[in-house]
Design a protein around this ligand. Sequence first.
Ligand code: CA
Length: 234
Amino acid sequence: MLNNKILIVEDEEKLAGLLKDFLEKSNFEISIVYRGDEVENWLLKNPTDLIILDLMLPGKDGIEICKSVRQNSNVPIIMATARVEEIDRLIGLEIGADDYICKPYSPREVVARVKAVLRRSALTKSSLVIDNDSQSEEAEENVLQLFSDKIKVKFNELTSELTKVEFNLLKKMVDHPGSIFSREQLMDSIYDHQHIVNDRTIDSHIKKLRKKLTKIGMDPNPIHSVYGLGYKFD
Ligand code: CA
């Protein structure tokens, strides 16, 4: 298996070096860029699986870099900032980073975050929502495909028709893999206007949906019930 390639963008050379050593011990392949204005050019030439991006950098700051990278790439980004209060502001700006970490951080913590973000991003790639059937009938291997126009799902060569409610439930969860949704949140997402429905209704739709996913060969089943909380797609 190929090692994940990680780019560290950090102007504090000592810190960057320390982080590099730690990540390399976890079998990541590490590159370092010390200036903000060199990042985009670097990314054009080097395939990258994740970026650890410092906020304050010479040349161009982390916010600007994150925004412009997002215009044509979904590469996972973990933003590092020196002030914890800064994190709320950054989230509010919706610059598109996948996670935030506060300095001083322990390299161990960064490694854990990197692994979690990479795992989430792999999950996102494991499912695909397709609006129009004509876009792709090419079956991608081991990718769950949701066809919005035909309200069906496809996994490898097998397809299953879904009801509108089942489709909306699945789509809601697929859009945020690994996130737990309460029954109430799921209800809100499937009905256009206020229906009187109870928890049992959701449970019964989920039960049918799980059956259909099993039938098209999804084993283990990706929909999990989380005791006392709700459901998640994982
Ligand atoms: Ca800095």
